[in-house]
Structure formats: C-alpha cells, structure tokens
Design a protein around this ligand. Sequence first.
Ligand SMILES: Nc1ncnc2c1ncn2[C@@H]1O[C@H](COP(=O)(O)OP(=O)(O)OP(=O)(O)O)[C@@H](O)[C@H]1O
Length: 243
Amino acid sequence: MADMIQIKGLNKYFGDLHVLKDVNLNVKEGEKLVIIGPSGSGKSTLIRCVDFLEEPTTGEVVIDGTVLTKKNHLEMARKYSSMVFQQFNLYPNMTVLGNLTLAPIKLQKKSKEEANKIAMAALERVGLANKAGEYPQNLSGGQQQRVAIARALCTKQPIILFDEPTSALDPEMVQEVLDVMIELAQENITMMCVTHEMGFARQVADRVIFMDDGQILEEGTPDHFFENPQNPRCKDFLAKILH
Ligand SMILES: Nc1ncnc2c1ncn2[C@@H]1O[C@H](COP(=O)(O)OP(=O)(O)OP(=O)(O)O)[C@@H](O)[C@H]1O
C-alpha cells in the first residue's frame, strides 16, 4: 500500500513553546493509526497539522503525494480529510440533516436531493436515521458524536482524523461511539486517532504510537506495543493508564 500521509521533519512552535520536535511519520492508505500519550505531548497538534488546522513551523505534510501549503490546504482538506473533534462541533441552529448536508451542498456542489440521500445513508450507518429532523441539543453526547462521524462520512474523504472523540462523553456513551468507529475501521479509510481508549487501540489499530514531549518515542503493532514496550516513558504511561 502506498503512503497516504507523510509527515517529514515536522516542527511546531507556539511562541517559544516547541510542541512538535522533528516528527517523521508515514501512514499507509487504509491504515488505522492510534496515537497515545500524556496530556500536552503534542498529539492533537500533530493531527491538526495533517489537515493544516495548524500550520507547521518547519517541515512538511504530504497527502497522497501533494505537499500541503497555505495555498492548497483548503482544497486538499476538502478532497482528502475530515476531522472528528472532542466537542462534536455541530451547528446548534441546524437540524441533524442540515448539519450533514452543509458540506456536500456548499463545498461539493451536490444538489439538495443528492445531499439528503448521502446524509440519510450516513445516518443509517451510525444508527441515527430517525434523528434527521432533530436539533443537536436534543441528542445525547454519544448521539451527537455519532452525528459528527456521519458528517465526516458524508464528504467521503479517504482520511478521517479523530481527536479524542470519546473524551467529552459520559462513560455510558463511550462504547456506542467506539462501536461506530470499530465498524468504520473495516473499510479502507485511513484513520489517525488520538485516544485514551486502549481497548479500542488493541482491537482496531494496525499501529500504535506513543508521543511524549513532542516526539514519537515508541511505535508498533498493538501486540508489540502493549506487551513489550521498550521506551521507559511509554512503559510508565501504560502502567498508569492500564491500572
Ligand atoms: N493554539 C495554541 N496556542 C498555544 N499553545 C498551544 C496551542 N495549542 C496547543 N498548545 C500547547 O501545545 C502543547 C501540546 O498541546 P496538544 O493539544 O497538541 O497536546 P495533546 O497531547 O493533544 O494534549 P491533550 O491530551 O491534553 O489534548 C500544550 O502545551 C498546549 O498547551
């Protein structure tokens, strides 16, 4: 499989704060990559650089062979990647259907009828077809996040970036969102997922990476990663999070 995402010598500063330190990472087409690590280690910043929500200070991100730039990033994101955020980011004054059809109509110039069809198919997939006419605030957190995932599906980009998609949810709603993600992982979508859900990582990831202090310190298949981590900081982190 070809590389869908190449991250080359990526550095990111916020002012004097050096948040990503020469990160190099390739993600293959269809690969499911899970990123773990302590708070503040740069995980979100890394995936936000993949769709240029954050601009690299130095280094580059290459998507399907094209370097992301200030000039092309909106068009590239439209074509290649969508992000599922911790806080759902749904428009509160629009119905679920309105939220889902927005990008297909506005950005992809689909007809309303076609966009509705795509949106209903996506809602079907996340088990929420009966909520199309609801407003987001009438849904549970878990349902809202499933809508956000359906929104990502509507635009049919080959990459989905997940930034702690279950961290804002009540515990009883976490699994319903993970189940949707597990289902999605059966497909050839390239997934980069920042999460603290280790069971999900074990079940779904082709590869897990551990970040700390802006660097990738450990990576491997879930078996290698969880059974035999080498990096002391990774070992400590896993010991804390798994016990
Ligand atoms: N827009 C910003 N401006 C200034 N500093 C930022 C900005 N975004 C992130 N940071 C800082 O960069 C560092 C890395 O943040 P990032 O959100 O990437 O970490 P993270 O590993 O995803 O953490 P968490 O698990 O808590 O979300 C933190 O110190 C954070 O405060």
